[in-house]
Design a protein. Sequence first.
Length: 144
Amino acid sequence: MTRASTQSHWDAYWQAHGDPHATYDNDDRILTPILALGNVRGKRILEVGAGSGRDSIELARQGARVTVIDYVPSSLGVVAQNAAEAGVEIELVCGDGTRMPFPDDTFQVVFHQGLMEHFRDPHPLLKDNRRVLKRGGHVVIDVP
């Protein structure tokens, strides 16, 4: 069976996988370096490729102003449900991570986990990560 990294593949995947703790645990490989940067309270943080929202939810619990972007509506629905259950607010944006609808210099941290390896050429993704990042900000990437 060939696995496809298409919108329909991910839409079907997220319709079936909503539990943020059952979906490929990342052992805090994203949270640890982000939290090591200092207090996240009030910081604008962007997760590209939202998945279940597990990391974004924890950052929102700690006071960050978190936005997630994903091109799959069912993933955003999972994040919305998990955020509501956790009692936190997260801004949800349906869009393309290589052409994000945010102004330049918007976020202090941009992160993604398990996303970059799905691109034959990750340069457009990384270029747009940098575009929306504030001067002195950080991009944190985990590739499993």
